[in-house]
Ligand binder design. Structure first.
Ligand code: FNR
Length: 390
């Protein structure tokens, strides 16, 4: 899987000093319609911008005179030790952004000692990913399908393949309206429109990769006659908008291991998730891709932390771009954060090496920020290390 053939050079990857730099690299590598599918969000993308900006509502208050010569960045995600308070979010179509992209990302996560969550909508079959990344802490993200038999089969397959955590995403009864995708006529694979053809002609490396590993939905068969999948249509055909807490509770009982519920913003929903037996709540607005004008997760977190207390772990997802974001989330009661686009930008730039680079950047930022904050371990970070910006 040499990155050299179709990815960014090792030199330009090494020069990427931040997640924002990786986004620039990804933009260079990807056809516009694919870059926009990853980058874009719903409506006016107000929430997309706010997810990141809202971290600025908080300021870190450093303490001095603390021995920070050794820092422990380890965190515990649902009973398994991770080397960082960080995990990779489930993202559909990931093998479309880089050949065998899910496997590359799962392996990179494992090598850095953090969890990887595989999407229902992966290109690789869940069994292939488990086989290729046996040392990774694997979570399986479930969308509840209209066909409950098929849903239960997926759950059984994930358990049989060794996935440790079931992550049920609850904020996608249908797909949010992402206008960049509408304008670009985004489908997987890309339709041979003039704009796409011109784009692909300038990106032979990307095209070669796609031809090497033709994208499909690896976890189930779709009867899509045209061969071009429109994501909103795919979701409305297969996924069930009538899902209620009863369905989620049933799935909770079906899964023997830990369960995380992803896509919660209201404290009462967080309480409900815990009441039906969720072990973790992923505070998320789906990276701003669903309903525009909802609060950023970091804004919603304090009320949720109060509602849930010690009864479940909280994970912040959406807009995390900096090590300091992760420390802010810790100070407000989260066990850690999860990232979507940041690792996808690394992946689209340079495959497994690019995902590794994204994780490495955030690890270095966390490490330096902990030292400068005067905290040698994550548990030492308290609410007193934060102030609301005035
Ligand atoms: C997603 N997300 C997502 N979530 C999920 O539960 N199942 C999925 O299949 C997908 N697919 C998906 C594809 C792409 C391209 C993106 C960017 C996102 C949402 C994802 O898990 C996560 O919530 C957000 O990506 C977090 O926001 P940031 O880190 O991208 O800002």
């Amino acid at each position: 899987r040499s990155a050299a053939m179709w990815g960014a050079s090792a030199r330009s990857l090494a020069k990427a000093a931040s997640i924002a730099d990786l986004r620039v690299l990804a933009r260079r590598r990807l056809p516009k319609a694919v870059f926009d599918f990853i980058d874009g969000a719903a409506g006016d993308e107000t929430t997309l911008a706010d997810n990141q900006a809202a971290f600025g509502d908080w300021q870190l208050m450093p303490r001095v005179g603390v021995d920070v010569s050794r820092r422990d960045l380890g965190a515990d995600f649902l009973g398994r030790a991770a080397k960082l308070p960080l995990m990779l979010s489930p993202t559909g179509l990931t093998g479309f952004f880089w050949p065998h992209g899910e496997i590359a990302a799962a392996r990179a996560a494992g090598n850095r000692g953090i969890p990887f969550c595989l999407s229902t909508n992966s290109v690789a079959a869940l069994e292939q990913v488990a086989e290729a990344a046996p040392d990774t802490d694997l979570w399986f993200q479930l969308y509840v399908m209209r066909d409950r038999g098929l849903t239960d089969q997926l759950v059984a397959r994930a358990a049989a393949a060794g996935y440790r955590v079931l992550c049920i995403t609850v904020d996608l009864p249908l797909t949010g309206r992402r206008e960049r995708d509408v304008r670009n006529g985004f489908t997987m694979p890309l339709k041979p429109r003039l704009s796409n053809m011109l784009d692909l002609a300038r990106r032979p490396g990307w095209l070669l990769g796609v031809m090497r590993a033709p994208p499909t939905f690896g976890n189930f068969k779709t009867d899509n006659a045209s061969g071009f999948t429109n994501i909103a249509q795919h979701v409305s055909t297969l996924f069930d908008p009538s899902v209620t807490w009863d369905d989620i509770a049933r799935l909770r009982r079906l899964w023997k291991g830990p369960v995380a519920i992803k896509g919660i913003l209201h404290p009462d929903d967080a309480r409900m998730a815990v009441d039906i037996g969720a072990d973790a709540v992923i505070v998320s607005n789906h990276g701003g891709r669903q309903l525009d004008h909802v609060p950023a997760p970091i804004t919603a977190l304090p009320d949720i932390a109060e509602a849930v207390g010690e009864r479940a772990q909280l994970i912040v997802d959406s807009g995390v771009r900096r090590g300091t974001d992760i420390l802010t989330a810790r100070a407000l009661g989260a066990v850690g954060c999860s990232i979507g686009r940041p690792f996808l930008w690394g992946l689209a730039s340079a495959g497994e090496a690019g995902v590794d680079h994204a994780i490495k950047l955030l690890a270095a930022e966390i490490d330096i920020a902990m030292a400068l904050l005067g905290t040698a371990s994550l548990d030492a970070i308290t609410a007193d290390h934060l102030r609301r910006r005035r």
